[in-house]
Write a protein that binds this ligand. Structure first.
Ligand code: G6P
Length: 367
């Protein structure tokens, strides 16, 4: 096992470091000569034009990819997207638009609820597309079309590189739909692709700066509660950051849409409670800062996670992590990295079993 960890103490850290390559491989698998080429996935342009609605169905972190994808697809492709937890979707007798496309996202391709949701869609005659990491898995075999993520085998229960490659698949689909449906020009699509190609190096830079997070995590090991807040895509990032924290560090954490704080959660803020504000979306920046100020005035200890350049966050936050600039649609790919590292280092500090947290399984094949 030591050999498989390639010098890292845990699989999770190894897999965090594998993200630049996993993301680049997944992206390169659908780009030829700088242009999108989805011929291996087989969603013909005619089909893409006929789709009226996208249903994204998944569990766990894959559901959080769906939450981020919803904003990106709706904004770029102008197509309505609904995101649902597979365990809810399959039992709610969903009314599906016959021209809808169900996108099932799953690392293992074996999650029982996701597989059941896929079958439900197929029974109802809805076209299905799977975004799957494990080749030949049940979900990959049963879906009409498959977009394979190229993360390679993931051992750590808490997903990192599979999540990151699922995001790439979602962006690629958003761009392909946007281009085919005439929502963006070919030139605009090419420039989004160029930007996506910079993501692996930017992830690498964030990982290289991990000691700062390690230092901060050491101070948080005794935290009782952590709240992650953000709006829009930053809310989707918060959901994943919160899951990473709770699943491996056993610290209670919640992600909240920042605007909802006042409807309940703010009553939980006490002196020293850690609140992490995610601020990657320029249009929502000021709004989230003001929510952070509200938390601070109730005693919260604030961490800000934002883009280089937003230095005035230091007037509000006690500790700030900066990520490189990118197109805001793709910010999830960068902002999630410090949050993975934070969960990891808190868990290590507490001496917990990072790769195999209690009560959790890598693949949930029972209901
Ligand atoms: C488990 C894993 C999570 C994963 C979820 C969905 O809970 O611990 O990391 O996000 O299942 O798994 P899937 O294989 O369908 O992506």
């Amino acid at each position: 096992e030591a050999a498989e960890k390639a010098g890292f103490e845990h699989f999770m850290m190894k897999e965090i470091h594998e993200q630049p390559k996993a993301v680049a491989d997944t992206l390169n698998s659908v780009i030829r000569d700088g242009k999108l080429d989805l011929s291996e996935i087989g969603l013909e342009e005619e089909v893409i034009r006929s789709i009226s609605q996208i249903y994204i169905v998944a569990c766990g972190s894959a559901y959080h990819v769906g939450m981020a994808a919803q904003y990106v697809i709706e904004d770029l492709a102008g197509l309505p997207v609904r995101v649902e937890l597979a365990s809810e979707f399959r039992y709610r007798k969903p009314l599906l638009d016959p021209n809808g496309l169900a996108v099932i996202i799953s690392q293992s391709g074996e999650t029982a609820d996701s597989l059941a949701a896929l079958r439900e869609c197929r029974e109802k005659g809805i076209r299905t597309l799977a975004i799957v990491n494990v080749v030949g898995s049940s979900i990959a075999r049963e879906a009409d079309n498959v977009f394979y993520t190229l993360a390679g085998p993931e051992i750590s229960v808490a997903t990192t590189k599979a999540y990151s490659t699922q995001l790439i698949a979602a962006y690629v689909l958003a761009l392909q739909f946007a281009k085919v449906r005439g929502e963006i020009t070919v030139e605009q699509c090419d420039s989004y692709i160029k930007e996506l190609q910079t993501i692996p190096d930017k992830i690498q830079k964030i990982i290289e700066d991990k000691e700062r997070i390690q230092w901060f995590a050491a101070k948080q090991a005794n935290a009782k509660d952590v709240f992650f807040i953000g709006r829009g895509i930053d809310y989707a990032i918060s959901l994943e950051g919160s899951l990473k924290m709770k699943e491996i560090s056993y610290i209670h954490s919640e992600a909240y849409a920042a605007g909802e704080l006042k409807h309940g959660t703010i009553s939980l803020i006490e002196d020293g409670t850690l609140v992490i504000g995610v601020l990657t979306q320029p249009e929502l920046y000021e709004k989230t800062v003001s929510n952070m100020v509200e938390c601070k005035s109730r005693g919260a200890y604030l961490m800000g996670l934002t883009t280089f350049g937003n230095y005035n966050i230091e007037d509000t936050a006690d500790f700030t992590v900066y990520i490189p600039k990118t197109d805001p649609h793709f910010a999830t790919s960068l902002a999630v990295i410090p949050l993975q590292l934070l969960g990891y280092y808190v868990s290590v500090n507490k001496g917990l079993d990072v790769d195999k947290p209690r009560n959790l399984a890598k693949s949930v094949t029972v209901e």
